[in-house]
Design a protein around this ligand. Structure first.
Ligand code: ADP
Ligand code: NI
Length: 225
């Protein structure tokens, strides 16, 4: 097996190649942000850095959403790639498990797999759904799915199953209540939680301003100075 640095480099090249035509919310730059954030969080934790980095780099290699709901393809592709690089079986399994369990959708199936490496990569992935980047990604995703920005007549919903969550066609603003504002209380690590709180506050500010503009409130006193 190649050494840590070499394997990371090869993985980066593989992922960049795979995600060439990905939609902006799930492209290489998403992976790069998650990778950096995961390394930042891992520096505060006793974690296996190679598993964290590979998990971050490979976590969206074949998002089920864009592959007819096939949730095995991502783990499979990661296994094939890592086997080709002669990675240890234990490393391959750990990375596969991160990819399989990282998704918010997966959290509807409770009690499954939990390691500090998954905790870290999951926090890093969730952080990329929050703050300014999170807002940009949400509206980009909504545009990709041809959703409305906002519709006052459609209230946010609670989804109890994975199917309901996947199939909803609600306006993008609803996504803040259905997912994004819930994330700060789901963070795993102390570092992740702190970062999530900052990004959460920024989104609250954004949403408040969104409603002011929607409702024609023109006072300037609320703008960030
Ligand atoms: P996960 O795989 O963890 O469930 P997703 O792949 O669904 O996460 O989400 C990826 C990005 O797309 C996130 O930034 C998320 O906020 C955004 N997104 C997902 N679903 C919606 C939606 N219904 N409306 C707007 N943005 C969405
Ligand atoms: Ni991701």
């Amino acid at each position: 097996m190649a050494d840590h640095k070499e394997l990371i480099k090869k993985t980066r090249i593989f992922v960049q190649e795979q995600l060439q035509h990905a939609e902006a919310g799930h492209d290489w730059f998403h992976i790069e942000r998650v990778w950096k954030t995961a390394k930042h969080i891992a520096a505060q934790e006793a974690a296996n850095l190679l598993i964290v980095e590979l998990g971050a780099l490979l976590h969206d290699i074949a998002d089920a959403k864009f592959h007819n709901g096939n949730e095995d393809l991502g783990p499979q592709m990661a296994r094939e790639f890592l086997s080709g690089e002669r990675a240890d079986e234990s490393l391959i399994t750990a990375v596969e498990n991160i990819i399989r369990h990282i998704s918010f959708k997966g959290s509807y199936q409770s009690g499954s797999y939990k390691t500090i490496e998954l905790d870290i990569v999951q926090d890093a992935d969730r952080l990329d759904a929050l703050g300014a980047i999170g807002i940009a990604r949400a509206f980009n995703y909504g545009g990709f799915k041809n959703r409305k920005l906002y519709d006052p007549a459609i209230a946010p919903a609670t989804y109890n199953t994975k199917e309901q969550y996947k199939n909803n066609e609600a306006p993008t603003i609803n996504h803040f209540y259905e997912k994004l504002f819930l994330l700060k209380d789901k963070m795993n690590t102390a570092t992740g939680k702190r970062m999530a709180e900052d990004r959460h506050r920024f989104m609250e500010f954004f949403i408040a301003q969104f409603y002011r503009e929607w409702n024609g409130v023109h006072s300037s006193e609320f703008y960030i100075q």
